[in-house]
Design a protein around this ligand. Structure first.
Ligand SMILES: Nc1ncnc2c1ncn2[C@@H]1O[C@H](COP(=O)(O)OP(=O)(O)OP(=O)(O)O)[C@@H](O)[C@H]1O
Length: 310
């Protein structure tokens, strides 16, 4: 039987913005299994990072439930939460946040092995060297130089990847892990992540790029304004996007043989959408019915869309 590693039900996360309550996530559901790769796809501000951080108990939940590796992250003890997080790897969108700047590159990757796996420093450094090599960093000057002084943005991102994967995490949260890479390194990073999935990890990848999601993950969830607009097999959604928002996301991506379309104007889009389809203000086909919140409906096996018009 497939083993569930992450189960999110009716998750709401709220922040205070301009003295008003702002819902960054509005009732999302998600199930992730061992050896499965899933992506969260959406434009900036759609709630991808918040979903990853909420899964790890890094932001408070307003409503709903998160079971990570079987632990209810809201109600387990602090010790259980730390132990559960140590079984996961988190590659933050900003590698500057996630690697201690004063350590050497080698020690930055060795550190979690000493803390979580109780390795001695020598063993940890050997394993760290292997991990860094896997992530494309072999230069001795860089390995022994301080993180703060010796790394470019793209290199920092690869060090953050090596650090997150060093402990063989059961669940990997990779938040835009290729955003600072050139085209050749991008493929290498996805290969490394996929290798871990083959070995038994589960992966949650966040990206704004549906092509990347389809290349790296079997299933994807399209998020907009904190709500799931469409979800299903990534390749099927890339080939036949159904929701108007998914189509707009694809149109906004560059391609050799196509003219880049500007995404629909955001003017008139309310900051705080209480009910109705969140895409209504931008939808080319929006109508009165869309003022009611559309439920997620299954339109093909495993493929769900939240749109009254489909
Ligand atoms: N700590 C916070 N306090 C207030 N608002 C927040 C906080 N964290 C996130 N938000 C808001 O929640 C919304 C979703 O943010 P989030 O970072 O999850 O989006 P995202 O899809 O990951 O975007 P990006 O692709 O730009 O990283 C945004 O409107 C953001 O401003």
């Amino acid at each position: 039987m497939k083993q569930k590693v992450l189960e999110i039900s009716n998750l709401w996360v709220s922040f205070e913005k301009n003295s008003e309550v702002f819902h960054a996530l509005r009732g999302i559901d998600l199930t992730l299994y061992r050896k499965e790769a899933l992506s969260l796809v959406g434009e900036s501000g759609s709630g991808k990072t918040t979903a990853a951080r909420a899964s790890l108990g890094l932001v408070p939940l307003a409503k709903g439930k998160v079971l990570l590796l079987g632990k209810d992250i809201q109600h387990c003890s602090r010790k259980e939460l730390i132990e559960t997080r140590q079984r996961c790897g988190y590659i933050s969108q900003n590698p500057y946040d996630s690697i201690p700047p004063t350590l050497t590159t080698l020690d930055a990757v060795a550190e979690p092995l000493v803390i979580c796996k109780r390795m001695n420093k020598k063993e940890a450094r050997e394993k760290a060297k292997e991990m860094l090599s896997l992530c494309g960093i072999t230069d001795e000057v860089i390995l022994n130089g301080r993180v703060r002084f010796s790394l470019s943005g793209g290199q920092k991102q690869r060090v953050a990847l090596a650090r997150a994967l060093a402990t063989d995490p059961e669940v990997i949260f990779a938040d835009e892990p290729t955003s600072m890479q050139d085209a050749s390194n991008r493929g290498d990073i996805l290969d490394v992540l996929q290798r871990y999935v083959k070995k038994g990890s589960a992966l949650v990848l966040t990206t704004h790029d549906l092509y990347l999601a389809a290349a790296a993950t079997e299933r994807c969830i399209i998020l907009f304004h904190g709500r799931v607009m469409e979800t299903g097999p990534s390749k099927a959604i890339l080939k036949t996007p159904l929701h108007f928002y998914t189509k707009a996301l694809l149109d906004a991506l560059p391609g050799l043989d196509k003219k880049i379309k500007r995404p629909p104007l955001k003017q008139g889009e309310p900051n705080i959408i209480v009910s109705g389809c969140p895409f209504l203000a931008r939808c080319p086909e929006g109508r009165k019915k869309c003022q009611e919140t559309p439920p997620l409906r299954e339109v093909a096996p495993g493929h769900f869309v939240a749109c009254w018009l489909i």
